[in-house]
Design a protein around this ligand. Structure first.
Ligand SMILES: NC(=O)c1ccc[n+]([C@@H]2O[C@H](COP(=O)([O-])OP(=O)(O)OC[C@H]3O[C@@H](n4cnc5c(N)ncnc54)[C@H](OP(=O)(O)O)[C@@H]3O)[C@@H](O)[C@H]2O)c1
Length: 289
């Protein structure tokens, strides 16, 4: 009981002195809650925050960028090839709030460039969302070494090294949100998802391990979102109306999710109200699994 009282009073004293704490501490359990980091005077909950989103120009990434800007953040939207889509989202969000960076998010050089471009532009990183991913439909027999490397590079290696490169620029109270898939938790899933789900299984373990390490050493929360089937290019490509109808039927609401619905859950993990949420993979799928 005495131990508990000591911990509680330590927390209270952290709360009162936290506005003076600017550099990362190495002592566990002494980090201030996310809301205590100094921000500009504004009612927008993410005002003063800078978010980096790989694959931020389309689908879930673009919806998340849009919502985070609405909540007051500045966003760096990374993309791979489609500069027209990048220009479009920057013009929609405003060039003072959104900045597009072309970089292959599946390479170490690419994520290094992304971090440098972000810090040069906005000076800090508060929210990191390694979101870019690909979904090649590959069974164990049909998967080539090139398929394997390409998929693991973008879906796992990129997020891993993006975290590594971004960490020196992230203060206590920052948040990392990784992206898995509900398919890792669904009992109805078939062979062609084998390669993809293998990468997302790695992402869930990365979330679990990083969350313990980074909260303890740096005061940074790490969580993951596991979306169900969501109406984006990645999911819709190559699927007939009939297939989409069958897949919608796996959901109690008989429909596919919308990227904006996934963005809401990501934004929750980035902002106020989630200070005590870390190490979780949250399924956002309308009750599918
Ligand atoms: N949609 C779903 O049903 C669903 C379900 C569960 C999980 N997820 C996960 O959610 C994440 C986002 O998926 P989404 O459906 O929103 O995808 P999407 O609509 O296909 O968008 C992909 C984004 O990633 C970018 N990108 C692709 N390759 C890249 C590379 N090498 N480097 C940098 N950026 C790259 C694309 O930009 P360019 O076009 O310019 O290359 C685009 O901005 C992925 O991790 C995916 O696995 C999706």
């Amino acid at each position: 009981m005495r131990q508990f009282r000591a911990i509680i009073s330590k927390h209270k004293s952290n709360k009162t002195s936290s506005s003076q704490q600017a550099t990362p501490s190495t002592t566990p359990a002494t980090h201030p809650p996310a809301t205590t980091k100094p921000t500009t005077m504004s009612s927008a909950p993410l005002s003063g925050k800078v978010a980096v989103i790989t694959g931020g120009t389309k689908g879930i990434g673009a919806s998340t960028a849009t919502l985070l800007v609405q909540l007051g953040a500045k966003v760096v939207v990374n993309y791979g090839r489609d500069s027209a889509a990048a220009e479009k989202i920057v013009s929609q969000l405003g060039s003072d709030k959104a900045y597009a960076v072309q970089a292959d998010a599946g390479t170490v050089a690419g994520v290094e460039h992304l971090v440098k471009a972000t810090v040069d532009k906005f000076g800090q990183i508060d929210i990191l969302i390694p979101n870019a991913g690909i979904l090649p439909m590959k069974t164990v027999e049909s998967c080539t070494e090139e398929d394997f490397d390409r998929t693991f590079n973008l879906n796992v290696k990129g997020p891993f090294f993006l975290v590594q490169k971004a960490l020196p620029h992230m203060a206590p109270g920052s948040s990392i949100v990784l992206i898995s898939t509900t398919l890792c938790h669904a009992s109805t899933v078939n062979g062609p998802y084998t390669l993809y789900c293998s990468t997302k299984g790695a992402i869930e373990q990365l979330t679990r391990l990083l969350s313990k390490d980074l909260l303890a050493r740096k005061g940074i929360r790490v969580n993951a979102i596991a979306p169900g089937p969501t109406a984006t290019d990645l999911f819709l490509e190559g699927k007939s109306e009939q297939v989409l109808k069958v897949l919608a039927g796996f959901h109690p609401a008989n429909r596919i999710g919308k990227p904006e619905e996934i963005a809401q859950a990501i934004a929750f993990l980035c902002g106020q109200g989630a200070e005590w949420v870390s190490g979780q993979t949250i399924r956002v799928n309308g009750g599918m699994a």
